[in-house]
Design a protein around this ligand. Structure first.
Ligand code: E4P
Length: 217
């Protein structure tokens, strides 16, 4: 499963990238706001750090304007993925931009039928938001499962990008289901390495090692 980082924090992206943990990046208008930076400037910087797909989201709501914004964003770098909302206008823009050979990530997906439409419109990625479904006491991971089944039934090439990941359990669940990609905030990716038994075991080993009085170096 590919790991995308869901942030516009360039330092956090660079740190994880140095560890080989970054296959791509996703941003959205809220993350741009959080960064306090200009969208073009920060997106260009991210594309200079990461060689994989970097999603930059349009903010227009009408197809022609989305297409124009998408083309402008795509000029930033070769690895830009134009992020479009799952509306009919977004799907129309997806078809046009995909036909032009641009990568498109269709976002704000909350149903398997929406994911089916995005695949038919030629999306490179579909982003089902599992955390926001869980927030409503619905099962976000069940949606990933349904989309996996539908895409496999018909051999769609669109990659399932599990988004709105809030916990390490989400990461494990979507990996078990077979999502192609997951995007998570840097904090969640860092937490994946943590286990209390690892810390406890390490503490014991350190204490026993000290008693040996030995040194390796
Ligand atoms: C995905 O591309 C979105 O940027 C993101 O995962 C949304 O997550 P949130 O629901 O935690 O805001």
């Amino acid at each position: 499963m590919k790991f995308f980082v869901d942030t516009a924090d360039t330092q956090a992206i660079a740190d994880l990238n140095d560890l080989g943990m970054v296959d791509g990046v996703t941003t959205n208008p809220s993350l741009i706001l959080k960064s306090g930076r200009d969208i073009i400037e920060v997106t260009k910087e991210i594309c200079g750090i990461v060689s994989g797909p970097v999603s930059a989201e349009v903010v227009a709501l009408e197809a022609d304007a989305m297409i124009a914004e998408g083309r402008k964003l795509a000029e930033i770098a070769e690895n830009i993925t134009v992020k479009l909302p799952l509306t009919w206008d977004g799907l129309k823009a997806c078809k046009t931009l995909s036909d032009e050979g641009k990568m498109v990530n269709v976002t704000l997906c909350f149903s398997a039928n929406q994911a089916l439409l995005a695949a038919k419109a030629g999306a490179s990625f579909i982003s089902p938001f599992i955390g926001r479904l869980d927030d409503m006491s619905l099962d976000g991971c069940e949606l990933i499962e349904d989309i996996r089944t539908i895409y496999d039934n018909y051999g769609f090439a669109t990659e399932i990008l599990a988004a709105s990941i809030r916990t390490i359990n989400h990461v494990q669940q979507v990996a078990l289901i077979g999502a192609d990609v997951m995007t998570a905030p840097p904090e969640v990716i860092h937490k994946l390495a943590f286990h209390p038994l690892t810390d406890k075991g390490l503490q014991q080993f350190m204490s026993d090692w000290e008693k040996t009085g030995q040194k390796i170096l």
